[in-house]
Design a protein around this ligand. Structure first.
Ligand code: PEP
Length: 244
């Protein structure tokens, strides 16, 4: 574990209705003073209600995407300032599902991160290789290339977190070996403009594998999808991070 801040970030993706705020409340109750940052990123429709439900607790709320512009004629989009106004403090950017489903490029991700920073949000910038890129031996080239293009000017540990998420490990129950994760995180750390930027691993992190992943030197926490939906599962991952 490096000296960067530890963070357990949950990505609810397109899941969650008001009734599911109960899970967020249960998490906040179970971890009143966590020894690491704890963040939940619900769909945009729940940000404000979740921020209210978690007010006064240690659990932060974040968004899953924002537009690169501050305001304007962009039907269906949400600006970073709107996220902040709704109670978000962080925003996930460049998730592989957005890169794949919405054709987001690293250049666009950098523009969104700039907008997020201007609105006072911390950006969580995602990078990761596809399975065919890994099989072709291109993993480091791909993730380092994405990092170089996705980080905006002025990225520091105060406004930026980086998440390494192999595309083939997301939602599949498959993970790289611990050595493979270590190799990518070491390479990412070496390329960071501010070495104190937190580096999260994401891709099928569960209560059963969290501790061994958090024992890797340059892993500062996790970006968690499926296992963040239930307070019991996410809580076990938080406990593993606290103990790391
Ligand atoms: C994610 O969505 O960022 C993710 C890592 O998902 P999962 O934990 O479900 O693999």
């Amino acid at each position: 574990m490096s000296h960067a801040c530890k963070l357990a970030a949950g990505n609810w993706k397109m899941n969650g209705l008001r009734a599911d705020l109960e899970e967020a409340r249960a998490l906040a109750k179970a971890y009143p003073k966590p020894d690491c940052g704890v963040l939940l990123c619900p769909p945009a429709t729940l940000i404000s209600a979740m921020a209210e439900a978690l007010s006064g607790s240690a659990v932060m709320v974040g968004g899953q995407d924002c537009h690169a512009s501050a305001a304007g004629a962009h039907t269906g989009d949400i600006s970073a300032r709107m996220l902040a106004d709704s109670g978000a403090r962080q925003v996930i950017l460049g998730h592989s599902e957005r890169r794949a489903d919405h054709g987001e490029t690293s250049t666009l991700v950098a523009a969104k991160a700039m907008a997020a920073h201007e609105a006072g949000l911390v950006s969580i910038i995602c990078v990761g290789e596809t399975e065919s890129e890994r099989d072709a031996g291109q993993t480091l080239e791909v993730v380092l290339g994405q990092l170089a293009e996705s980080l905006p000017a002025g990225a520091t540990a105060a406004n930026t977190v980086v998440a390494y998420e192999p595309v083939w490990a997301i939602g599949t129950g498959r993970t790289p070996t611990l050595d493979q994760i270590a190799q990518v995180h070491d390479a990412l750390r070496a390329q960071l403009p501010d070495k104190a930027i937190s580096l999260l691993y994401g891709g099928s992190v569960k209560p059963g594998n969290a501790a061994e992943i958090f024992a890797i030197g340059n892993v500062d926490g996790a970006l968690v999808g499926g296992a963040s939906l239930k307070a019991a599962d996410f809580g076990a991952i938080i406990a593993a991070l606290e103990a790391a």
